[in-house]
Structure formats: C-alpha cells, structure tokens
Design a protein around this ligand. Sequence first.
Ligand code: NAD
Length: 477
Amino acid sequence: MTATYDADLQLFIAGAWRSGEGREGRPVYNPATAGTIAELPVATAADLDEALAAADRGWPAWRAKTPDERAALMHKVAGLIRERADHIATLLTLEQGKPIAEARGEVLSAAGLFDYFAEQGKRIDGRVLQRPAGQRAMVLKQPVGPVAGFSPWNFPVNLMVKKIAPALAAGCVVIAKAPEETPGCTSAIMRCIVDAGVPGDAVQLVYGDPDMISRHLLASPVIRKVSFTGSTAVGKHLMKLAADGVKRITMELGGHAPVLIFDDCDLEATLDKVVWQKFRNAGQVCISPTRFYVQQGIYDAFVKGFAERTAKVKIGNGLDADTQMGPLANARRVPALEAMVADAKAKGARVIAGGEAGDGGYFFQPTAIADVPLDADAMNNEPFGPMALIRPFGTEEEALEQANRLPYGLAAFAFTENGRRINRIADGIESGMVGINSFVISALDAPFGGIKESGFGSESGPEGLEGYLVTKAVHIY
Ligand code: NAD
C-alpha cells in the first residue's frame, strides 16, 4: 500500500501558523525507506520569545474559563481527532514506521485523553477545615501556570496529548515541543485543537533543536512547570535546568522492564502474549518487556517457544495491512542494537532469533537472545528496540532480586497462577507499574509513571491532573 505524506509542517505561535520566512529547515524521513519526505521549519530564539510572551498573556484568560467551558472545547478537539483519525494515523506511520492499525489506535487514544481530562477537570476541588465559629481555613487547588511540554517520537501523538490535555483541563497553558522526527501527526493534532476553538495562546507548538529550545524555555520565569518524556540522561539534564528556577516537573524516563515467568504459569498463553508485546512498536516502548527471567523448570520450553514465535513476526512497511512490526524510527538505533548483539554474543549469550539489521529502511530483525550474562551491555542499558533478553532463575527471591537490580523502575511484569506469590511480587517489585499475567498497564484512569531513575510524577488518571495543580492554604480570621 502507498500513501501520500500530505502533512502541513508549521510552527504554531501566538495564534498564527508559521513556516519558512528565513527559518532553517531539517529533513523528515520515512524510516521504512530511509527517504526524505519533507522539510520541517525550525524555531528561532525570537519565535520562542514570542511563544513565551503569548503564554504569559494567554494564561489569565484560559484559567478564568469555567471547567465546563474548557471541557466543551476539549470534547470538540476529541471529536475532530476521531473524524481525522485515518489521516493522522497515515502521517504517523509514514514518519515513525509503526503498523497502521497501531497508529490508528494511538490516535484514538489521544481523543480519549481529551475526553477523559475534560471531565476530570470538573472534579478539581479543595477542602474547608474546621475552625472556631466565624473563622475559616481552606485548601485550594489552582493551575500551576504556563507549561513547557517535551514529548518523544515513539508515541508522538499520545505522549504530546498526555501533556496538553491535563494541562488545559487544570487551567494551564502549554508550549509543546513535539518530536522533530514525527512532526506531521503532531501538527495535525494541533490543527484539531485550533479548529475546535481553543484560544491561540493556550496551546502553542514548536520544533527545532531540542537542547536550544529546552534551555531557552526553562530559563524563562514565564514557565512554571516542565513535563518531559524521553531518556533518563536527558531527563536528568532537564531536572537540573528546572532546579535553577525551582520549576515543578513531571519526568517519564527510560525503563528496562523485567518479566518474571514462573513455572506455574500457562506457558502457551504466556508466550503468545509476551512475544506480541515485545515486538509492538519495534520494542520502542518505555514499558517494553525486555529482561525475561524464566524459572528453570520451563526455561528450555520457553526459549524454544519464544524463538519459534519470534521467527514468525512479519516485518515490513507499516502501511501494509499484514505487517506486524515496522522499522525503527531512527537510523541511529540500528548500529546501537548491532553493537548490543555483538557484545552479548562475545560474552557467551546465544542469539535464538534475528540479531541483524534488515534491508532498506531502518529495519532490525525481531531478536531474542538466551543465556544473557548480567554484564552484557543490553542487560544494563535500555535496548529500546526489538530485543528480548532471556535468563533462567531458581527461586522467587532470586527473581525479585534480579528484577530490582537496575536503577530503572518503570514497569515490571510477572506471569504466575499462584495468588500468594502475586501479592508478594506486587509488594516487592521496585516499579511504578506492575502487570500480573498481562501487559495492559496503561489506562486513561490509572497513573502512568516510574520510580527510581525512571522518573518523577505520573501521567493519566487523577494523578496526571494533579501534576498541573498547586496547593494553596487560605486562613481567614
Ligand atoms: P534521546 O535521549 O536523544 O532523546 C529522547 C527524546 O528527548 C527525543 O524526543 C529528543 O528530541 C528529546 N531531547 C533530547 N535532548 C533534549 C533536550 N536537551 N531538551 C529537550 N528534549 C530533548 O534518545 P533517542 O535516541 O531519541 O531515544 C532513545 C532513548 O530515549 C531510549 O533509550 C529511551 O530511554 C528514551 N526514550 C524514552 C521514551 C519514553 O517513553 N520514556 C520515549 C522515547 C525515548
């Protein structure tokens, strides 16, 4: 199947779409072909200053709207996203590579986020404290203020909206720096926001040099809150910049999810789930299952079943209906994964499926590696690609110790039919999210976020809204 890349790539600043006009451009690639498909205009320092001034001007009017008024506009955005879902999903697949059905699901999830937070914004309330007659003390929740939101390319639509929707619902305004790799789908979402009638200085959209933009925005006193999704290294850097202005932060950073497979699990059903989940979005998922610890009694059967299923995963252009895994989004991940495979092999691991780059675009074969030693690079640093690492374990204590050995703590999974063990694992695993017998851990109404070096704060659910609110105590005598 072919499709046209009819993206309208512009910045949206102070209520106006902007492109060209002497701005530098940077190429946008189709990762399935490695061909250039467009040129993206890049924000200048003057653009950012205008965006900051507009955010500063626009915030009082947006926060003065009633929750019902804000919700009505946000529901309209959700409706437009649903109407335009096929177009936005096609742009997403052309820029990022994921299978079109996954792209469509992501776009629809963004519509769901607007609907969810539109309603959640009506539930912001405070407390009145008991005081002697004639006196009062109140706890108020108020919008934190203008937000700088930085979102990545792996779920470009969903992760940008995860910042914009709760911020708007809380009464904040947002300057979004969307990913330069995937600007067509994020600009199309911005069109929905503008066309729905959200004021032009309540949400603005920029692209450019990430380091220049984040330094510029975070140095401004206008920005009161920083929300970032991306790697732990960049997150630490942004936390330091935010510290200078004591700005609030939400950080969704890297992960290296362990999966504990116990010998009392339903092995065939477990294998079906884990293989599909591992190669979803070519493994470029912060909660992607990566370290598979398998109990000795079923280790060989698990390795065999994993290899067989992995070999059957159909890779190709995400626009083809039968493609199950597309290319990587960035050329730079291909040599990074090759180096991890070579390192694991040199240290004694067995490649049981894949292990090599594919042909054409930025393809890498669905890869499974067994008997991976703990000192292999991939066991310690996030592969962020289609790579499963498998090791045996003996006891539950050993499995928990292995699961907790890295500084990451985003997602963890366990497969077992033992009810008491489920409770022990839910208690003992060091992770912001835990999936038992399932990988479905992302939901509109549930907090999504990590602990340890995987991040700070949550997105989605009431906790996601809380991140855009500050608390004020008022004492009246
Ligand atoms: P990267 O660290 O270069 O970039 C990650 C994201 O951060 C990109 O969107 C990038 O534009 C942005 N970024 C980079 N420097 C920035 C800066 N100074 N200011 C603001 N934004 C900045 O990594 P990458 O090669 O693009 O992706 C691979 C790594 O990123 C993975 O190892 C993974 O940990 C992480 N990642 C995590 C998520 C997630 O959902 N948590 C998403 C994408 C990438």
